[in-house]
Each structure stands twice: as C-alpha cells, then as structure tokens.
Design a protein around this ligand. Structure first.
Ligand code: LLP
Length: 406
C-alpha cells in the first residue's frame, strides 16, 4: 500500500481517506492514487540522481493530474506518441523536458515534437529519412539495441538482439555518422532501454558495456525498467541502489562527467495506486481435487489487463479486514471469458457480496491499458492526500460508449 496509507482495526485508509468511504463516494471500480506516494517516489529518484535527469515514462500512468505532480516535482517526461505528447503539453511540460520515443513515429508526430522543441530519440533509418525531409532543428539521441537479454516477461523485454526497438550495434555507427553530419540535428548522445520489471541490475552493466563501444558522447539515457514488488515474494533493488549502480556503471564504462538520464515509469507510480472493487458474487465450485472459491468483482480485464497479458501477480484485501487470515480464493472479474482472472491465488477472510476489495500496487500500466470490453465504462481516478479526496478523472458514462458514433 502507498506510504501514507494506514490500517487501523483492519480498516484501510489511503492518504487519510477511508477506503470504504471512497468506494461509497466515487463508486467502484475506482483507481485511488495517494498523491504523497507519487511525490515521495519522485523525490527519491531526484535526490539519488543529483544533477542527472529523471524522465517519467508517461505510458505507465498517462493521466494529466499524475503528469502535473511530476512536473511540479521537476521531472522530465517520456512520451511515445502524439497523444502522449499532447497530454504532456496539457500538463505544462515544455519541449526541453519532453523526450519523444517510438519505433513507428509518423511524419506528423515528428513535426509536432520538433515544433515544441522536444528531444527526439531516433529509432530507425526511416525515421531519420523523415527528419531529413522535415529539416527542422532538433536535439536527438540515438536508440541502440545493446543485445542483452534481461530476466523478465518476453512481452516487455526490449534490449535483446532481434528487438523491434532501436538500431542494432551493427547499424548504430551509420546512424551516428548521418546524425553527426546533418546540419539540422544536434546529436546529444545515445539511448537504451533493455526492458521492464527488472530485478537484476547486471543486464544494465552488460548493456552499457555494449553501447560504450560506439564512441564517446556527452549524454546517455539508460531507459527505465526498475521492478516493483507486486507481492511479498520478490523484492527489487531500492531506488537508491539502482541509481547508484547506474551512476557508477556509467562513470566506469562511459567516462566521468556524463549527463545521465533515466526513464522510470512503473517504479514511480505502481505503489501509489490502489484499485477498489465491490464484490458482486462468491461462488464455491467443488472439484475432484479440491474446491475453488470464485470471488467475482465489478471490474476485471477492462480495468487491469496485466494479469491476462503478463501473468502479473497481485494481492488483495477486504478494505475492512486487512491483514486478517483468510481462506484461499480466486479473484475474477465480470467479463465474458474464463481468462478474466485478476488474482489466481490469494486468501480473503470470509468475502461477501457488497464488500470492498482493494488491490494494491495497481498504479502502473493499469489505468494506462484500460478498455471498454463488454461495454464497461472506464473507472475514475481519485487523488487522496491529507484526508481529502478529489476526483481528477471522472468515470466514463454509458453515453461515452456511443459518443463517437457518426
Ligand atoms: N523508457 C522506454 C523507452 C520504455 O519503452 C519504457 C517502457 C520505459 C522507459 C519505462 O519502463 P518502466 O520503468 O516502467 O519499466 N505494459 C507493460 C510494460 C511496458 C513497458 C513499455 N516501455 C506492463 O504492464 O508491464
């Protein structure tokens, strides 16, 4: 749970707001965000980075209010599309604090990014040709695929040989040459991002070793990827450990005095978010090899795709009985398919219809990947801080579901 949440007499409160009261006031499902947790994570990163740059990967929680908090905390922002660029602009970011990513940027997106003066991370030769045609003055980094395999789900691995992202080590020298020669380009340095939800720091070292063979630059962006603990099973390095390792590795392998950037997404927002659901039904199914208790909630794969896409583990509690021992159950959603399982195995103390169920560590890539499957309106985002709650994104309505019809 977020740093400023409390459990008193088994009752969960987030940012000083009682979770059951939040569920009553804003309805469920709802994404609750502890604003202080966002800020303290941002400060942890900026303090550790010193004069280096912390770039929030906005894809992890692309919501104006979240972007505004990080803007206030002095972070830069990574955008991976024209839409994310528009969100960043709406939240107040100016070009020098925007890093533009993507392996399939359109000419229109590149023009928009150049117009606001964003730093462009060039991914491929076709993009380079588009920029050549545009002839607009731009600051650029070159994304390099270091050819390193990190230990994470295959879908979120990006730095391996054969990745769709970036220039291979073999192609990079030509890209470097072309961008060094281009009068419109101000080549600052290299970028890499080896994957996401990484517990082990060693692959970063191997990746930095690989890009160090490409020459010397003033700036290096080492991407994001620091893991978060979704359950108690596995603890990632701390922010300080991770950042110190990045800085020491860069000093040693790239040379001292480099301008360093990192691009955390998940590690900035995951713990701040708690999703609240209402239990709608509890069903016991007897099988030959035991019984299963299905606890079905009023959301599911429309508000959190991560369990279905990456077998991502989560935990859950009843908001009024946190920490009590319980019996095994499977938390499922309301969607019309059996794959709609939010938590395969957890324990809950006598769950009943009407109870509020809380899933912690749901700030990252949850709101971001929500959808309207089965005509379910997407949940609201509620910020909690100092005992007060404010709605920052309203719940979708049924009218929203057909609002784009023509
Ligand atoms: N920089 C670049 C260029 C990226 O592509 C990403 C994430 C990040 C930074 C931030 O990575 P993080 O610090 O959050 O690991 N939907 C997946 C995660 C996809 C990550 C995509 N790129 C999930 O839910 O696990």
């Amino acid at each position: 749970y977020p740093q400023d949440s409390q459990i008193a007499g088994g009752r969960l409160s987030i940012g000083g707001c009682d979770a059951q009261d939040l569920a009553r006031e804003f309805g469920t499902p709802a994404y609750v965000v502890a604003e202080e947790d966002l800020r303290s994570r941002a400060r942890e990163f900026t303090a550790a980075m010193g004069d280096g740059e912390v770039v929030f990967a906005s894809k992890a929680f692309p919501c104006t209010a979240v972007l505004q908090v990080f803007h206030e905390e002095g972070l830069s922002v990574d955008v991976a599309s024209g839409g994310e660029l528009a969100l960043a602009r709406k939240a107040g970011y100016t070009g020098e604090r925007i890093v533009f990513h993507g392996n399939a940027k359109s000419a229109a997106e590149l023009r928009a990014a150049s117009e606001v003066g964003a730093r462009i991370v060039v991914d491929n030769f076709d993009e380079l040709d588009k920029l050549e045609r545009l002839q607009a003055p731009v600051e650029v980094l070159i994304r390099v695929t270091p050819g390193v395999v990190a230990d994470t789900h295959a879908a979120i691995l990006t730095g391996h040989a054969g990745s769709k992202f970036g220039f291979s080590l073999a192609q990079a020298p030509e890209a470097i040459q072309r961008l060094t020669d281009a009068p419109w380009a101000d080549l600052k340095g290299l970028h890499m991002h080896i994957g996401s939800q990484l517990f082990d720091l060693e692959p970063w070292r191997l990746a930095v070793e690989a890009i160090a063979t490409l020459g010397t630059f003033g700036t290096y962006d080492l991407g994001g990827g620091l893991a978060v603990a979704y359950t108690h099973d596995r603890q990632p390095p701390t922010v300080a450990q991770y950042v110190e390792t990045m800085k020491a590795t860069a000093d040693e392998l790239l040379g001292p005095g480099k301008t360093l950037s990192i691009e955390p997404g998940r590690a900035l927002v995951a713990t701040a978010g708690v999703t609240l659901y209402t239990i709608e039904s509890v069903k016991d199914v007897d099988l030959e090899d035991g019984a299963v208790r299905f606890v079905a909630v009023d959301g599911g794969m429309s508000d959190n795709m991560r369990p279905m896409l990456y077998d991502a583990p989560y935990d859950a509690d009843l908001a009024h009985r946190v920490g009590e021992p319980g019996t095994p159950c499977t938390v499922v959603g309301k969607h019309c398919e059996s794959g709609d399982v939010l938590i395969r195995e957890t324990t809950l103390p006598d769950p009943k219809p009407g109870d509020v169920l809380a899933t912690p560590v749901t700030g990252a890539y949850v709101y971001a990947m929500a959808n309207n499957y089965n005509g379910v309106p997407r949940p609201p985002v509620v910020f909690c801080s100092g005992g007060s709650a404010r709605l920052v994104v309203r719940r979708e309505t049924y009218e929203d579901l057909y609002a784009r019809d023509v």
